[in-house]
Ligand binder design. Structure first.
Ligand code: SF4
Ligand code: SF4
Length: 240
């Protein structure tokens, strides 16, 4: 393995992917409890990869601004483009992990593995929260203190030691009194308590959108458009 300290290693990988347009880079450890929630298809393959690199690309506020009551083809294209950029960045980050003497598993940004609950290989939100990138918001998404939920994520699992968390979340970060997403959701899926989020209502709504908007994909974007980081963004003055 390389002689780098964990933080220097993260900075080296981060420097490479930031040049590819990645806006958020952090890392965290992966414990057995977290791994137990991974999709079964990757649990064994990742059993010795005990760290995660979290990569985030910000969505365009301008594209999100085109969402008026329902997702549209413009958002769909942007969503796919950002996912593709994330998958490319994860591939490059995984390659750098290997060059540093480690093993690495680039986890897709958005590949549905459980079609009933619309879950992927693992929860990028959960690992992002462990990595200090943000918190679980009322909308059931990861909320970055400056960019809100307007960031999409991918993860690279690796056996290289990395800082955990890679970022310290600012003191007081959280939804606070914000309820911007609560009234915005057409399905009434969002409650003040993030643990009361109604996943069934949300998934039923995105399936309805898929049919009504003829998108043939399960997206929404309404609560993403609404979320600019709650109390924390105001406290930080919108700093990047
Ligand atoms: S994705 Fe859409 S349906 Fe689901 S919680 Fe957000 S606004 Fe509601
Ligand atoms: S819109 Fe406000 S309440 Fe909803 S998740 Fe974002 S910060 Fe939290």
């Amino acid at each position: 393995m390389d002689p780098l300290e964990p933080r220097d290693r993260l900075e080296r990988i981060g420097g490479i992917v930031r040049r590819m347009g990645v806006d958020v880079v952090s890392s965290c450890s992966v414990d057995g409890e977290t791994r137990a929630r991974f999709h079964g298809s990757i649990r064994d393959a990742s059993s010795r990869l005990d760290h995660a690199i979290v990569l985030g690309v910000q969505l365009s506020s301008e594209v999100l601004g085109t969402i008026e009551g329902a997702p549209n083809w413009t958002y769909y294209h942007h969503y796919r483009t950002v996912n593709f950029a994330l998958d490319q960045a994860a591939l490059v980050a995984a390659g750098e992990c290997r060059r540093l003497g480690g093993r690495a598993f680039p986890v897709p940004a958005s590949q549905v593995m459980d079609w009933d609950r619309l879950l992927g290989h693992l929860s990028h939100r959960e690992l992002g929260a462990r990595a200090g990138v943000g918190w679980r918001g009322r909308n059931n998404l990861l909320v970055h203190p400056v960019h809100g939920s307007q960031v999409r994520y991918a993860t690279v699992l690796t056996d290289l030691p990395l800082p955990s968390p890679g970022i310290e979340l600012p003191a007081g970060a959280g939804c606070g009194d914000c309820r911007a997403c609560v009234g915005a959701c057409p399905a009434g899926a969002i409650a003040m308590d993030p643990l009361a989020f109604d996943l069934d209502r949300c998934t039923a709504q995105v399936r309805r959108f898929s049919r009504s908007e003829k998108l043939n994909v399960l997206i929404c974007g309404i609560c993403v458009r609404a979320c600019r980081g709650g109390a924390s963004a105001a406290a930080l003055g919108g700093a990047a």
